[in-house]
Design a protein around this ligand. Structure first.
Ligand code: CO
Length: 135
């Protein structure tokens, strides 16, 4: 596969953005960049940048959110790591050919207008991995 380009963001599951924001903004001094609702993933996202990497706090919008299920099962914590790629459709085909299990066969909408797919943690040594293609 063509190499991934960069770590685009790290997704962190939190119960409440309002309370987690204090740690990232005040204690760690990360730059707050705003928020976005991602209906596709049933989350509210809050963005911070550290160096060139974005930290995304993901708060479930309801009990039916996958992030709510994640927190229920494993507690708050690192939810996924996202790599920027070019030519997402091609990457999907290549990964499938290599036997990597994909959660999404077809790209869906991510934050910042990106198109994304998730790779299954069973194929990625336990790390939920996102490939995202900027607009
Ligand atoms: Co993400």
């Amino acid at each position: 596969m063509q190499p991934v380009q960069a770590i685009d963001h790290i997704g962190i599951a939190v119960r409440s953005i309002e309370s987690a924001r204090l740690l990232y903004e005040r204690t760690l001094g990360a730059t707050f960049e705003g928020t976005e609702v991602v209906p596709d993933q049933k989350v509210n996202a809050a963005f911070f940048t550290v160096g060139g990497v974005r930290i995304e706090l993901l708060e479930p919008t309801g009990p039916d959110s996958p992030v709510a299920a994640y927190i229920e099962k494993r507690g708050e914590g690192i939810h996924h790591i996202a790599y920027a790629v070019a030519g997402l459709e091609e990457r999907i085909k290549e990964l499938a050919k290599e036997g990597v299990r994909l959660i999404d066969e077809v790209p869906r909408g991510g934050t910042h207008g990106t198109r994304i797919v998730f790779l299954h943690p069973k194929s990625t040594h336990g790390v939920l991995t996102e490939l995202c293609e900027p607009q």
